[in-house]
Design a protein. Structure first.
Length: 305
């Protein structure tokens, strides 16, 4: 099913949570000189215009990045994220929002590798065009021609099957971001099965899964199923910006589930999330949850914040 377009949701509260976590995971991997591989299973278009098209119609960014844009009291992880967005808006006006591939490209070093999957025909074409523009800009700034082109590979394919060929990465260091649209119920099953297979191939890798917190049964049961996967440990964080609408429509809450997270992630989120809840709150129903643990089958269960 290829009707989903992330441009409708670009820069919303769910993107804030996802991209702040993503940046911190990549920063941790970058602490060692050994290269890492970043794999994005649903890369989207890479960059989104907020003042035209889908994003301008939905204006979901007003629930996310817009709430942080002018603040001067942001905690360091949020400040780094907002600065990354501002760097692609040199005029100072909030016109463009970076997707996960662009965030990863900004953080990655010359020795690191990005492997991006996008099945949607329109978005995959736009993604390629956006990275060609990045390459041209880099050349204009005096960077070695082709440096980014060799570092980034974009594949128009089903990532659930394509991921297998990339694991384990040559350096045995990597991060996999999995964030399908969850338009169809089978996405939840495919994510779990893909992770189970990936952990066999690359047990020490870090896997970050974004998902919408919805009333449907598949969404409610999803975290519990991920907690049973055979990883070393896991972290689960959710952000709700308000009380769900009576009709059940609209995304008010989302989660990030990280398998094999770095030890630095939990204390960072423990300090950050109360600030983020206050900054993005729509009403008194705004809240967050944070828990960590080891696979349920071999542990005493989760530790809650």
């Amino acid at each position: 099913m290829l009707s989903y377009r992330h441009a409708f949701h670009a820069g919303n509260h769910a993107d804030v949570l996802k991209h702040v976590v993503l940046i911190q995971l990549l920063r941790y991997l970058g602490q060692k000189d050994t290269p890492y591989m970043y794999i994005d299973t649903h890369a989207g278009a890479g960059v989104y215009a907020l003042d035209t098209g889908y994003a301008d119609k939905s204006r979901e960014y007003e629930t996310g990045i817009a709430r942080l844009w002018e603040r001067d009291d942001l905690p360091p992880p949020l400040a780094e994220y907002v600065q990354l967005v501002k760097d692609m808006n040199p005029s100072g006006k909030m016109r463009y929002y970076p997707g996960s591939p662009y965030c990863a490209e900004r953080i990655a070093r010359e020795q690191d590798r990005l492997r991006l999957f996008e099945l949607h025909p329109s978005d995959s074409k736009i993604l390629e065009e956006n990275f060609r523009k990045l390459e041209a800009h880099a050349a204009a700034q005096g960077e070695r021609a082709g440096a980014r082109g060799k570092r980034v590979m974009i594949t128009k394919a089903d990532s659930f099957s394509g991921l297998k060929a990339l694991l384990p990465p040559p350096s045995r260091r990597g991060l996999v971001l999995i964030d399908p649209p969850y338009e169809v119920k089978d996405d939840y099953r495919q994510v779990k099965n893909t992770l189970a297979d990936a952990l066999i191939r690359f047990a020490t890798g870090t896997y970050a899964v974004w998902y919408p917190v919805l009333q449907r049964m598949e969404s409610r049961e999803f975290p519990a199923k991920l907690k049973r996967l055979p990883c070393k440990d896991w972290l689960h964080v959710t952000l709700s910006i308000g009380t769900p609408a009576p009709d059940g429509f609209g995304l008010h809450s989302s989660g990030m589930f990280v398998l094999n997270p770095p030890w630095t992630l939990e204390p960072m989120l423990r300090e950050l999330m109360p600030f983020l809840v206050k900054a993005l709150a729509r009403d008194d129903g705004a809240r967050f949850t944070l828990e960590t643990g080891t696979p349920i089958a071999s542990s005493q269960g989760p530790r809650r914040a």
